[in-house]
Structures are given as C-alpha cells and as structure tokens.
Design a protein around this ligand. Structure first.
Ligand code: ZN
Length: 188
C-alpha cells in the first residue's frame, strides 16, 4: 500500500468541501497536510520484519497473550474500530516475544479493514511464521461507525475469532483458550 500524499491532500480538501466546510478557514487549512502525514506515519508503523520470529524454546504448553490494544479503520466508513486482540498458540519450538506480536497486530490493523478479515489475517500470519501446533485469535472491538449513529448502543462490542490447527481440531484446547480469555475483569 503505497502512500500518495498529494492524492490524500486533494481528497481531504474535496471531502471538506463536500460536507459544506470551508477548507481554507483557519482550523482546516492544514488538515489535508496533517491527514496525509498521518497516513504516511501509519504506513511506516505497519512495516514489519517477517523474520522476527526466530526464538527457539522447548516450551510446548499454551502461550496466551491477552488484551493487545489495537486501532483500525472500518473499510466501509473509514471510521476507527478498536479494542483488544487475544492471541494464543501452542508452540512447536518457535515462540515469540510480546513486542513482536504487537507489531504483527499493528501491521494488519493500521489500514482499512473489516474485523473478520483482521482476525483471520493475524491467525494465518502466526500459523505461517511461528508454525505452531495451533493458533487462536479473538478480537473484541467497538466500531465507531456503529456507536456514533443509529440504534447501536455505544460500547457495544463485536467479537470475532479465528482458530487454526489444534485449536480447531481439539475441543479441550479450544475450551481452555476461551476460558482463559474470558476469565478476567477489565475496564474497556
Ligand atoms: Zn463501518
């Protein structure tokens, strides 16, 4: 996804005109430039070395990383959706540090997305890179395109999951994963 700052600037200016704003007024004058720079920053934040998963260990019980914060954009409305990603995997020698998982999540989330695909992409990526016995990914998110309008109540959460390998085949593994991610109390 290459960033074309000039195109973004023209588009934002047109958009502002389209909603009846004056793009030359004080507060909006620099907005096209700011938005273009922001997307450039997102683009650089998404860059991620796929070969970062090279740690080896002999641990082969379930590894669970809960509550990875993420921010994304609903591709239907270009409004943010955000929340938490929970990742579990059963390693087969390769393990990953938290920061690498956070960067992997960011690589897939900082772009126009739908929550279902984001969940699948993270699961497929980890299955591919870590080659574990199985992966489970659950995402809980609030979508501003739902919260800000219509009848949906603010704070309404959409939950999606993607299971691979042993998480798909073995009911006990799946149940343990779901029990672990729901066993908590936190403020959203
Ligand atoms: Zn939406």
């Amino acid at each position: 996804m290459a960033i074309d700052k000039e195109k973004i600037k023209q588009a934002v200016r047109l958009f502002l005109e389209g909603i009846g704003e004056d793009p030359d007024r004080e507060g909006l004058r620099e907005t096209p430039e700011r938005v273009a720079r922001m997307w450039e920053e997102f683009e650089s934040m998404r860059r991620f070395d796929m070969k970062l998963f090279e740690e080896f260990g002999s641990y082969n019980e379930m590894v669970l990383i809960k509550d990875i914060r993420f921010y994304s954009f609903c591709e239907h409305h270009l409004l943010p959706f955000f929340g938490f990603v929970h990742i579990a995997y059963i390693p087969d020698r390769r393990i990953s540090g938290l920061s690498k998982l956070v960067r992997a999540v960011r690589a897939f989330s900082l772009r126009p997305q739908v929550q279902e695909r984001l969940t699948e992409e993270i699961a497929d990526f980890l299955q591919e890179e870590l080659k574990p016995k199985g992966v489970g990914v659950v995402i809980e998110a609030e979508h501003l395109c739902m919260s800000m309008r219509g009848v949906m109540s603010p704070g309404h959460l959409t939950v999606t999951s993607a299971l691979r390998g042993v998480f798909l085949k073995d009911i006990k593994t799946r149940e343990e994963f779901l029990k672990l991610i729901t066993a908590r109390a936190r403020a959203f």
